[in-house]
Design a protein around this ligand. Structure first.
Ligand code: GLA
Length: 376
């Protein structure tokens, strides 16, 4: 099995888009390895779109752009592997990638073998320029089979943006994760939209094929390709906590060479990463307080019996949120209660009449790892 918990890493797209080159990738690998990010779990260094020449070679193989990658991709792979990290690349099931570089339609086996020759460990596989006469699930299945027969363990990261009811067929393609959302932008509106879009598809994620909510924008602060407005630190905290509680892969998208301390603290929060990568990979579920999409209470039962729980306030005003512990299966009449501390602030949970409550600021959250205890 290639992975049994959601993968973590860094991807070039959110900040650099077409401006990718060897120097960027190797220097980012250095930072990943040396700054504590690798220790926190981030291990894949992924080159997204725009790495190739527009033409294949005479044998029909993809060619890295020599101006961007003068030593080729095996060199990049060796460098990344020497740092104890893993190497990811990008292609697409259509006739061109989303940025109009050559893609793998009808070349699946050639390309999978090429990636294996370059010692690639991860393939992000997009959905642009897909011929309308062929079903996406067949094309993804073809690449899944090509990777499985490439002679190398390559994690298959499907990126169809949830199109064509991806959730119904992705599990049959060999994909290890699947993009359930359109592209993220570095704005609060985008984060909120992507969280709400998960509510109805949560049962389709989980061990074997993780529901990928897209790359993180924490630390972008409005800079780079999807930078736009940027978000506040509280909004980035909500973003990271929601991705972790919902069990998404965690792929950093900011320029990690110039990351501020606040972003780093969010991205390396050990309590949240432990929830994201919990061995049980249980499906999270959402209780909408007052039937309101803007107050998702997110619950995830963990391998050791603890319960990860988050109050989220996606609205523009402060909200009083609550949940009786009994609704989480922690029953007062059975002599049970709970304790826990907020994963960001360390504040102990507030209980009144065995009901957990919080006043949560707009665009804010409180997240606990609840430990069940006996009432004396
Ligand atoms: C799509 C994907 C993005 C990125 C670009 C590259 O939009 O969803 O994550 O890979 O293509 O062109």
């Amino acid at each position: 099995m290639i992975t049994h918990v959601p993968p973590m890493g860094w991807n070039t797209w959110n900040t650099f888009a077409g401006e990718v080159d060897e120097q960027l990738v190797l220097s980012s690998a250095d930072i990943l390895a040396e700054s504590g990010l690798k220790d926190a779990g981030y291990e894949y260094v992924v080159i997204d779109d725009c790495w190739a020449l527009k033409e294949r070679d005479k044998n029909g193989k993809l060619v890295p752009n020599p101006e961007k990658f003068p030593h080729g991709m095996k060199y990049v792979a060796d460098y990344i592997h020497a740092k104890g990290l893993k190497f990811g690349m990008y292609s697409c099931c259509g006739t061109m990638t989303c940025a109009e570089f050559p893609a793998s339609f009808d070349r699946e086996y050639t390309d999978a073998r090429t990636f294996a020759e370059w010692d690639v460990d991860f393939l992000k596989y997009d959905y642009c320029f897909k011929p309308s006469s062929v079903e996406g699930k067949l094309l993804f299945r073809r690449m899944g089979l090509a990777l499985a027969n490439s002679g190398r363990d390559i994690l298959f990261s499907g990126c169809s943006g949830g199109l064509d009811a991806t959730h119904e067929w992705i599990g049959s393609t060999g994909a290890n994760m699947w993009r359930s959302t359109p592209d993220i932008m570095d704005t609060w509106e985008s984060i909120k939209n992507l969280i709400i879009r998960q509510y109805d598809i949560l049962p389709f994620g989980g061990q074997g094929c993780f529901n990928d909510m897209d790359m993180l924008v924490v630390g972008m602060n409005g800079r780079g390709h999807v930078g736009l407005k940027g978000c506040t630190a509280d909004e980035y905290r909500v973003h990271f906590a929601a991705w972790c509680l919902l069990g998404s892969p965690l792929m950093i998208g900011c320029d990690i060479r110039n990351m501020d301390a606040e972003a780093k603290a969010i991205l390396t929060n050990p309590a949240l990463i432990a929830i994201d990568r919990d061995a049980r990979c249980a499906h999270p579920y959402i209780i909408r307080q007052s039937d309101n999409d803007e107050y998702p209470l997110i619950v995830r039962h963990l391998a050791d019996g603890d319960i990860a729980f988050g109050f989220f306030n996606l609205s523009d005003s402060a909200a009083n949120l609550w949940i009786p512990l009994a609704d989480l299966g922690i029953s007062f009449t059975q002599g049970k209660s709970a304790e826990g501390k907020d994963v960001y602030t360390g504040k102990p949970l507030a209980l009144k009449n065995e009901t957990l409550f919080a006043t949560v600021p707009p665009h804010g959250c409180e997240v606990y790892r609840l430990k069940i205890k006996d009432i004396k």
